[in-house]
Design a protein around this ligand. Sequence first.
Ligand code: 5RP
Length: 219
Amino acid sequence: MTQDEMKKAAGWAALKYVVPGSIVGVGTGSTVNHFIDALATMKDEIKGAVSSSVASTERLKGFGIPVFDLNDVDTLSVYVDGADEINATRDMIKGGGAALTREKIVAAVADQFICIIDNTKTVDVLGTFPLPVEVIPMAREYVAREIRALGGNPVWREGVITDNGNIILDVKGMAITDAKQLETQLNSIVGVVTNGLFAHRGADVVLIGTPDGVVTQQG
Ligand code: 5RP
C-alpha cells in the first residue's frame, strides 16, 4: 500500500464523524484533499464547510460545497485535518503546507478535532519534522534570534508567503518533550503569529491509515 493510499483510507474514514445538517471544519493538505473528495459524496446532507486555506476553499467550491466565512459561524461540530507529526498524547506538529494559523483558528472553534494521517506521521517525540512558525515579515531576523536562544535552528522557508501575507520559519533541531510549554513560549515572542504546535488544542480522535486498515486512537 502506498503512502497516498493510506492517506486516502484515513480521509474517507473521517466521513463517519461528519454530522448531517452541520457545517464542517476542513483543514489543508494532501490527506484532507481525500477527505474533501469523500465529503463531496454527502454534500447534500451538510450545510457546508469552513475552510482553513485558499487551496481547500477552491477544492470545496469545485465540488459545489458552500464555504462559509468563520465569522458567520458560531459552532462547528468537527474539524478534520492532517498533521506532520503526532505523539501518543495527540499533540501535533502542523503547518507543512503553511496553513497553520487558519488551521489553528478553525480548530479552536470546533468541538472535536479529527486528525487524519498515514502511519508515517506517528512519533515518540515531536521535532524530527521541522516546526513551522508563521512570522510577520519585518520580525523575521528578531524572531530567528529568539528561537536560537531557545535552542532551535530556524530556517526561512524562502519563496513561501502564507495566505495571511506572512513568512514561515521552520525550526530544526528541537526534541520537543513539553509541547504545551514550547507552544506558549513561541507564541510569546513578538512578531510570531502562530506556531505549528497543536498541544493546547490537540486532536480528539486520530485516524491512522495503515496497510492493515484504519486504526482509531482517542482519549
Ligand atoms: C498544512 C498541514 C497539513 O495538515 C500537514 O502538512 C499534513 O499534510 P499532508 O496531509 O499533505 O501530509 O498542517 O499546513
